[in-house]
Design a protein. Structure first.
Length: 343
């Protein structure tokens, strides 16, 4: 089978690999779609030769089950939660495989990933992907989509509230889609025209160009519900950009007792002043990935809401063009970039 390896300094090679086999408690998937994520791009731009298949947003069909597999059978469609844990420690008991200290492996980093025609995965990490959800939906569920859902859930976002999404890459666009499906009024902010336009396609009520001098005033104006103009600032804010300029606007943009989720990986500048947190009586949470059980909740959410991630998918490549897919994602003038390895 073919798989793509990130070799460091924006290097990439598509190579031949043996098809994986299913170890105990694991299954082999035929990968139908896999996304390129911001965290793949951190690896792509870094100097480390990963020496193995990258990718951590797999969706596909079970083709083989190992000994001890009890829930899955060949033919099942699944999306894979990308943090593999030991399954027996305190963090894994909470579903926080992301924080497992006993046997933490990320697909595409600690073990072979999904930029390939086949991949092995732990049964516990495989989340059902029922029709009518597409494999593109499954790829988005594996990481970015559920990350956006988890951020909104951690700040208790509710219908008829207002939401600002800073950064309109795949996680930000997912926050727009999920926020709208939850019934919020949503404003997005970015500095790339293509992404602002995509946010509107994904249902954002308004977008603001972060380069505008009056970006903050535009967000405050948006937050004023017609007829309820005493509201000053959005109820909820999800920061996905990691950019210092955006982070500086977080607290000014929310209303008193507003809630902020910090999702984007960014620099070390200290842009938050505790006096501002106190002054706004606000809540700020760091939101990193999501517990395994929330993936199950999110599939049900997608089905109940009739929500699909297809509107944010802008590019699809076969496995032979996996390196081009990485280049397109790296340039940033795109929504979600998918690899469909059997295309
Ligand atoms: Zn990811
Ligand atoms: Zn564990």
């Amino acid at each position: 089978m073919k798989g793509a390896v990130m070799t460091g300094d924006r290097g990439c090679e598509v190579r031949e690999f043996p098809r994986p086999e299913a170890d105990r408690g694991e299954v082999v998937l035929r990968i139908e779609a896999t996304g390129i994520c911001g965290s793949d791009l951190h690896v792509y731009r870094g100097d480390r030769d990963m020496k193995q298949i990258g990718g951590h947003e797999p969706a596909g069909v079970v083709v083989e089950v190992g000994a001890g597999v009890r829930r899955l059978k060949p033919g099942d469609r699944v999306s894979v939660h990308h943090h593999h844990g030991c399954g027996v420690c305190e963090q894994c008991a909470r579903g926080e495989t992301v924080a497992c200290r006993v046997d933490h492996q990320v697909y595409g980093v600690g073990r072979p990933g999904s930029f390939a025609q086949y991949m092995s995965a732990g049964e516990a990490n495989c989340i059902p992907l029922p029709e009518p959800l597409s494999f593109a939906d499954g790829a988005c569920m594996a990481c970015v989509g559920t990350t956006a859902y988890a951020a909104l859930r951690r700040i208790d976002a509710r219908a008829q509230e207002t939401l600002a999404v800073f950064g309109l890459g795949p996680v930000g666009l997912s926050a727009v889609l999920v926020g709208k499906a939850m019934g919020l009024r949503v404003i997005g902010m970015d500095v790339i025209d293509e992404r602002m336009n995509l946010a509107l396609v994904c249902g954002a009520d308004e977008v603001v160009d972060g380069r505008d001098e009056d970006a903050l005033e535009q967000i405050i104006a948006f937050s004023r519900t017609p007829g309820a103009d005493w509201v000053e600032g959005v109820d909820c804010l999800v920061e996905t950009s990691g950019a210092t300029a955006a982070r500086e606007l977080m607290i000014p943009a929310i209303r008193r007792q507003g809630r902020i989720a910090i999702v984007g990986v960014g620099g070390e500048e200290a842009v938050i002043n505790p006096s501002q947190i106190h002054g706004k009586a606000c809540t700020i949470v760091g939101s990193v990935v999501f517990p395994l059980g929330w993936s199950w909740d999110f599939v049900r959410f997608l089905l109940e809401a009739g929500l699909s991630f297809e509107p944010m998918v802008t590019h699809r490549f076969g496995i032979d063009d996996a390196c081009q897919a990485l280049r397109v994602a790296d340039e940033g003038r795109c929504g979600k970039v998918l690899i469909e390895p059997h295309r």
